[in-house]
Every structure is written in structure tokens, then in C-alpha cells.
Design a protein around this ligand. Structure first.
Ligand code: ZN
Ligand code: ZN
Length: 267
């Protein structure tokens, strides 16, 4: 059994064939998927999928690429939507200085608004960071000083030093199909030594199909290929890696244990 901790089931590439995508994931032994929001206009659809599918949960958030388009999204709005019983996380949020699709100051403001929502709700923060290690860490640290909050660095591709700093802050680290790429030597080195009790796996589908599916649209079923590669890299059995990453997911996203009944987790 495996959990895909980060996918975009309502994106083009998956939405057209969503029911079959879900069936193939179930056939591959994926027993939970976290459907990640990136813009306000898709929140309703992302939530609706989680309402309809018992093995899909949702998040609310604004991707750093979209920060410029969402100047009106604040902590209060995030908290309000996060009350939905199927919303178990806040994000994805963070900083992306590689594409710079949004103004950096706006990305930072949006990031801090999401952190405040995570702190207020107790729901984990899903952090996207690319070419922005220094600012990401500075903000995570500074905000942690105002009151703790849980979270995960998703689709981890940063340095080993960044991983260590994130672990020190109590964060989990989620490994995507990028780890299977031949060129990802540094990432493989870091992924091999991450503590098993802080590790998650994800597809970030429809992006980043792992080996041997490169060139195809990625889908949650492929998290099994990433898990197999990662287990091999770490000298563990797939079963051990699968059961540890699933247990970690349920520890971090603890609202998944409550939200079938719609009851809120106790703080
Ligand atoms: Zn991302
Ligand atoms: Zn994503």
C-alpha cells in the first residue's frame, strides 16, 4: 500500500480521464491520494473530487506562480475553506525564483499568509521551493519563531543542507519521480540518507513521470515506480518504504483520520 502525497487530479492531462486514472492508481496499490490546489478558480473542483472519491483528500492554497493573480487571498480565506472536512492541508505555497512567474515580494506575502493559516488550523503546510532556498528557509524559520506549524517540502530537489535545515524545523520531505532521473545524482545522494520517519513520496502528476514512464503524462499509479527506485537506493524493501511513508503521511496529515465523519481534529 502506498500514498501519493501530492498530485493534481483536476489538471489537464488527468481530468479528462480522471475515473480511469483513479482506477489505475487503485490497481497499483495506491490507497490514498492528496489532490493539491494551486489557484482559487479550481478550489471547488479539487474539493468536489475529494467529496466524490473516498481515497482522495484535498488542500486549499495558491501556488507561488499564481501569487500575482490572487492579491485578495488572505489567511482568513484559507482558514474558511480549510474547515471543509476533506481539506487536510494548506498549499501548495512557497517560492519559485526559477520561473519568477509572480513578483517575489508577492510570493513571499502569499507564503506568509499560508503559514499563518497552517498555524491557525494545525493543518500541514505544503511547500514548493525552487531556486529560492535561502529565502524559503529564512521565512520558514522566522515564522516558526511566531508559533510552530507542521509541513512538508514537496517535490524535494534542494540541497542536502536545505534538507537538514527543514528536518530541524520538524518538516517532512517528499520525494517525486525526479529521483529516478539519471541526472539527479545529488538528489539521489540526499534521498538515500533522509530519515525514514520523515519521508513521503509523491508524483506531482501530471508532471514529472518517473522512469520508465518518461514522456507520458504522469499519474498517481506511477508513485509505485518512484517508491521502488527509492527503496532500492536506500537498501530497503519496497514494503518497508511503503508502510513507513504511509504511516508518515497519516501522522502529518492527521485530519485524514478524522474527516470521514467530518469532525475536526482536536488541536
Ligand atoms: Zn510544486
Ligand atoms: Zn504540485
Amino acid at each position: 500500500m502506498l500514498i501519493d502525497s501530492h498530485c493534481h487530479l483536476n489538471y489537464r492531462g488527468l481530468i479528462e480521464d480522471q475515473q480511469n486514472v483513479l482506477e489505475r492508481a487503485r490497481a497499483a496499490g495506491i490507497d490514498l491520494m492528496l489532490n493539491i490546489a494551486t489557484r482559487e478558480s479550481e478550489w471547488d473542483a479539487v474539493l468536489a473530487t475529494a467529496e466524490q472519491q473516498p481515497d482522495v483528500y484535498a488542500t486549499v492554497g495558491i501556488h507561488p506562480h499564481e501569487a500575482d493573480e490572487h492579491p485578495h487571498i488572505d489567511t482568513a480565506k484559507l482558514i474558511e475553506r480549510a474547515a471543509h472536512p476533506r481539506v487536510v492541508g494548506i498549499g501548495e505555497t512557497g517560492l519559485d525564483y526559477y520561473y519568477d512567474h509572480s513578483d517575489r515580494a508577492r510570493q513571499q506575502g502569499s507564503f506568509r499568509a499560508h503559514i499563518a493559516a497552517s498555524r491557525a488550523t494545525g493543518l500541514p503546510l505544503i511547500v514548493h521551493t525552487r531556486d529560492a532556498e535561502e529565502d524559503t528557509l529564512a521565512i520558514l524559520r522566522e515564522e516558526m519563531g511566531q508559533g510552530t506549524y507542521p509541513g512538508v517540502i514537496h517535490c524535494f530537489t534542494a540541497s542536502g543542507a536545505f534538507a537538514d535545515a527543514a528536518l530541524d524545523l520538524g518538516f517532512y520531505i517528499s520525494i517525486s519521480g525526479i529521483v529516478t532521473f539519471k541526472s539527479a545524482k545529488d538528489l539521489q545522494e540526499t534521498a538515500a540518507r533522509l530519515p525514514l520517519d520523515r519521508l513521503l513520496v509523491e508524483t506531482d502528476s501530471p508532471f514529472l513521470a518517473p522512469v520508465p514512464h518518461r514522456g507520458k503524462p504522469c499519474e498517481p499509479a506511477f508513485v509505485a515506480d518512484t517508491a521502488r527506485f527509492l527503496a532500492n537506493l536506500r537498501g530497503q524493501s519496497v514494503e518497508e518504504l511503503a508502510s513507513a511513508t504511509s504511516a508518515n503521511f497519516r501522522t502529518l496529515f492527521r485530519k485524514t483520520g478524522f474527516s470521514k465523519s467530518g469532525a475536526a481534529p482536536s488541536a
